[in-house]
Design a protein around this ligand. Structure first.
Ligand SMILES: NC(=O)c1ccc[n+]([C@@H]2O[C@H](COP(=O)([O-])OP(=O)(O)OC[C@H]3O[C@@H](n4cnc5c(N)ncnc54)[C@H](O)[C@@H]3O)[C@@H](O)[C@H]2O)c1
Length: 333
């Protein structure tokens, strides 16, 4: 079987998760190296990864490495993407590519010029339930899509200092839902009207962000959409989607650890949703990596392109402007 060799930049939560998937759950790939300025050496040893260090240039300079996964903090993504492209490495980049569309466009131009493949880490497209809903839309089984509904609530808010560096709720959290809206509708978002409130943690408000949001969307194909977010759902990670069309509705409910339901004299109980993204989207993280490796091995386009990385940032920036102005804001095409 043909294989590719990969390296990972950034060994935090997401870098380690991808590393474990590449090591044991994705055929056709060998994980050769991982770097992080604050590398957890013991963790690297426990995984038997042969090449490691603090400086990511050891991956760029290694002729055996075909592709690099960028899992560093968001501000590092675009410059590291350009370095990888110039070194002729295929790139898997975590979301968001950057918070500034000009920076994204410049990085994408470098990738294009280098002729390497790029996939952006919108993992939820590979969630089996969400992908099945999208297939219902794409097959025409639901008729024309009329309303896209996305519920996305975290189990607990991040520290306020993370909020400040992440770009805020729309660029960090809702960005996944903007991508999901494009994915499910098969259309582009043309206008957003967003509301935000600080109802969970006043520190998030002091950091200049909101922790609760509702976003109305208008799509180029005429459909409408609604996304609602909270940074804290006391019952866990609430992730649901629904597409209502002229011929029917398809929806995906939360995933739970078991499907058991207990009925007794005090009521009916079932499991809470899986706790957070590491548990809820485990299959999706494996699926996106399999798709990336497949695209390189078979020289086919990756399923989440550079433009798919740019579009949700443009929607997020329009949502931020809408919260400030209190008015609907067009999304640049
Ligand atoms: N797709 C998803 O669902 C998902 C989930 C979580 C995080 N992310 C994204 O992944 C990225 C990392 O998030 P995280 O939660 O793993 O953060 P994290 O803080 O846990 O990990 C980031 C790691 O990068 C390292 N680092 C710092 N500067 C670096 C540099 N210049 N080069 C290489 N590594 C550097 C840090 O030491 C740290 O170990 C963020 O962009 C985030 O938006 C995506």
């Amino acid at each position: 079987m043909k294989t590719i060799t990969m390296g990972i930049i950034g060994a935090g939560r997401i870098g380690k998760l991808h590393a474990d998937n590449l090591l044991s759950r994705v055929p056709g790939v060998r994980l050769k190296g991982i770097t992080d300025p604050f590398l957890d050496e013991e963790w690297v040893r426990s995984r038997n990864i042969p090449l490691s260090g603090k400086d990511h240039r050891i991956l760029l300079e290694d002729p055996e490495i075909d592709a690099i996964l960028i899992g560093s903090p968001s501000p590092e993504h675009a410059p590291q993407m350009v370095e990888c492209a110039k070194a002729g490495k295929h790139i898997f980049c975590e979301k968001p590519i950057a918070l500034d569309p000009t920076v994204i466009r410049n990085a994408l131009a470098e990738v294009e010029q280098a002729g390497v493949k790029l996939q952006v880490g919108f993992n939820r497209r590979f969630d089996p339930s969400f992908a099945a809903v999208q297939q219902q839309v794409a097959s025409g089984a639901l008729g024309d899509p009329h309303i896209i509904r996305i519920t996305s609530r975290d189990p607990a808010p991040p520290p306020a200092q993370y909020v400040a560096s992440s770009g805020g709720i729309f660029l960090d959290m809702t960005i996944h839902d903007f991508d999901m809206a494009r994915f499910l509708s098969g259309s582009e978002v043309t206008e957003v009207h967003a509301y935000g409130a600080v109802l969970v943690d006043p520190e998030i408000g002091k950091a200049g962000d909101v922790d609760t949001a509702v976003v109305s969307l208008r799509f180029a194909n005429g459909a409408l959409g609604i996304i609602e977010n909270s940074r804290k759902a006391v019952y866990g990670y609430d992730q649901r989607v629904e597409v209502f069309g002229s011929k029917g509705t398809a929806l995906a409910e939360n995933n739970t650890p078991t499907r058991m339901v207990v009925l007794n004299e005090s009521g009916v109980t079932r499991d809470k949703p899986l706790y957070f993204f590491l548990e809820r989207y485990q299959a999706a993280f494996v699926g996106e990596m399999q798709a990336f490796v497949h695209a390189i091995l078979n020289d086919t386009p990756t399923p989440v392109s550079g433009n798919d990385g740019l579009a949700p940032v443009l929607i997020a920036l329009a949502a931020i402007e809408s919260v400030k102005s209190g008015k609907p804001v067009p999304v640049p095409s």
